[in-house]
Design a binder for this molecule. Structure first.
Ligand code: SAH
Length: 382
């Protein structure tokens, strides 16, 4: 394979020597030839020394590094890299179990594959490209997933309609690129969930809350649980198994309420402890009594951009203050933020303000984060 050479400005290779996987457009001196978006390029220092190979894209992140060895990015490469991801999932114990067949297989930079997300739900993998390069490589990647999981994954659903850069104008539609299946029930820690990869948010389910749902289960026995922003009802189903006295699920989307009711029925048919309400969170919290002793707040991202940060923090404070005001004495609040621009410190300050406003005595019991199948690349602090 003859890849085009991209030369960096003098000294701009420092971050690459520390395995940072992005090259910003400002670091580039020139490229030999004109690569197409998504094409693989070889990156060289100003002195002409090879340093990385990656996907080229127009934009502020100009190259997403695939490898620091001078090698071909072919079917063999993808198979090798996906195999590494598979083995990591085996090591952390989310793959190879009878009671769990859903997990994140590839977590972008965390797995050294910038721009690529793959979640596995039983026999189907849902793949999302966030870069043009991953889009261009999608068939090789999909075939590699089937091979590297040795028969476990049979179908690959490609879901990048809304994640590819708009400007690249790829006109991509969602659909199966390998196989096809209507079987959409998957297992998480022995609980069954309908996965709606066709219409659902992200890849269809929030696998990143798995460990936090398990923790919630441990605290549910005998408690009255409110699962606010329930979406597919993940936390509700765990609370039911944990022995909750009652579980109320709330989401402003009627579709989410249907998904939740379906998942409850799938695991606990006819169980009267659960009820779901299609309502706005703030309205519900205002109107409800003080009967819940376990409340979950897992809202959508309040800030998608840096400019929205201040408003978002106010929103988190307002939301958490309402929960603190209403929760029963001795109650437990599980509170989350999934806004990328909101740091841990930001969020903690928002929750701290909420606690102070409510005047309640509040202690932190656990500080939660994403599970091990969403690894963090130590060379990529972003
Ligand atoms: N806790 C869920 C994920 C929540 S996603 C899980 O573990 O899978 C966020 C959810 O919040 C979405 O389902 C969305 O419909 C809902 N939502 C957004 N705005 C809302 C509002 N103002 N009131 C109630 N629900 C809202």
């Amino acid at each position: 394979m003859m890849y085009k050479n991209l030369y960096l400005r003098r000294g701009k290779e420092e971050s690459l020597k520390r395995f940072h996987p992005w090259i910003f457009s400002g670091a580039i001196h020139h490229i030999e030839g004109e690569p197409e978006e998504g094409e693989v390029v070889r990156v060289l220092t100003a002195e002409g020394k090879f340093i990385a190979v990656g996907h080229w894209q127009i934009g502020s992140i100009a190259v997403r590094v695939l490898d620091f060895d001078d090698r071909n990015i072919d079917a063999e490469y993808w198979e090798e890299r996906i195999k590494v991801a598979v083995e990591a999932r085996r090591t952390i114990g989310v793959l190879g179990r009878d009671d769990n067949d859903m997990f994140r297989l590839v977590h972008g930079e965390g797995d050294g594959l910038p721009g690529l997300i793959i979640d596995v739900y039983g026999k189907t993998a849902v793949m999302q490209a966030h870069s043009v390069g991953m889009h261009v490589s999608r068939f090789d990647i999909a075939n590699a997933v089937v091979k590297a999981t040795s028969g476990m994954v049979e179908n690959v659903y490609y879901k990048s309609e809304t994640t590819l850069p708009y400007k690249a104008d790829l006109g991509q539609e969602n659909g199966f690129i390998v196989g096809g299946s209507n079987e959409n029930v998957a297992l998480e820690n022995g609980l069954k969930f309908h996965i709606d990869w066709l219409k659902g948010q992200k890849t269809g389910f929030f696998v990143d809350q798995r460990d936090n749902r398990s923790l919630l289960e441990q605290y549910s026995n005998g408690r009255s649980v409110l699962n606010m922003f329930c979406y597919t009802g993940g936390f509700s189903v765990y609370a039911m198994r944990g022995g909750a006295k009652l579980v109320h699920s709330v989401d402003s989307s009627a579709k989410a309420i249907d998904l939740t009711n379906n998942n409850i029925a799938l695991n606990f048919p006819g169980d009267q402890r659960h009820e779901a309400y299609a309502e706005d969170a703030f309205k519900y919290l205002d109107a409800m009594g003080s009967n819940y002793d376990l409340i979950i707040l897992d809202p959508p991202a309040f800030a998608k951009h840096k400019d929205a940060l201040r408003q978002a923090l106010k929103g988190y404070t307002r939301l958490n203050a309402k929960a603190f005001e209403k929760i029963k004495p001795g109650g437990i609040l599980f509170t989350f933020s999934c806004s990328q621009v909101v740091t841990k410190d930001n969020f903690r300050t928002a929750v701290f303000s909420a606690a102070a406003q409510s005047g309640r005595r509040v202690r932190i019991l656990h500080q939660l984060h994403q599970p091990a199948d969403h690894p963090i690349n130590i060379y990529h602090p972003e």
